[in-house]
Write a protein that binds this ligand. Structure first.
Ligand SMILES: Cc1cc2nc3c(=O)[nH]c(=O)nc-3n(C[C@H](O)[C@H](O)[C@H](O)COP(=O)(O)O)c2cc1C
Length: 168
């Protein structure tokens, strides 16, 4: 992987996150878990380049988001659609998603976090702030939170942007 300036990122974020989806991995050497996300944002706050991600309390990944500061977003080609589907439908509480899909994880000891080895690019991030999404408009509440399984929003600073080295 090649390290790049995140400001050189020039992809369509609506397509990359909303349509193609990413695999979020939360956790560190003490334990980690990954799940698919297609709600999220890239942006700037407090003069830092950040990602915003939204994780429901029911996700196993939520436990790691609360315990650890390391978060990565791995973006994979759509030839891995099935694998992204599995990461987004089964829980790490019950199965080993890496074993099940054949995807691999790479550990970065300096960062103390994991990302998907097969990704085209990855944002390695550290959690800055989080808040539960409460007091939402009634129509949104009824549509998305009938069962009270609320999202927690995490703002995470992008520490490194790595892109696949096409020569590898
Ligand atoms: C395309 C797609 C996008 C998803 N986006 C999100 C998301 O942004 N936030 C979220 O909490 N769950 C999202 N999910 C659901 C989780 O990925 C799913 O519940 C997963 O199985 C949770 O795994 P875990 O229990 O191992 O954490 C998405 C699922 C799919 C298939």
């Amino acid at each position: 992987m090649l390290r790049k300036d995140v400001k050189s990122f020039d992809k369509n974020v609506f397509d990359e996150i909303g349509n193609k989806a990413a695999i979020l991995i939360s956790g560190d050497k003490n334990g980690f878990n990954g799940m698919t996300i297609s709600w999220g944002a890239l942006g700037v706050i407090w003069n830092k380049n950040v990602v915003f991600v939204f994780v429901r309390h029911s996700r196993y990944t939520y436990d790691f988001m609360e315990k650890s500061d390391s978060v990565t977003l791995s973006f994979l080609d759509d030839k891995y659609k099935k694998e992204k589907g599995l990461f987004g439908s089964l829980s790490g509480r019950n199965i080993d998603k890496f074993k099940e899909t054949g995807l691999h994880h790479t550990y970065d000891p300096d960062f103390d976090g994991y990302y998907i080895t097969e990704c085209d690019y990855v944002f390695k991030c550290k959690k800055l702030y989080s808040v539960d999404l409460n007091d939402l408009p009634k129509d949104i509440n009824e549509k998305f939170y009938k069962d009270n399984d609320i999202h927690r929003m995490y703002i995470c600073e992008i520490k490194q942007y790595l892109v696949k080295n096409l020569d590898d």
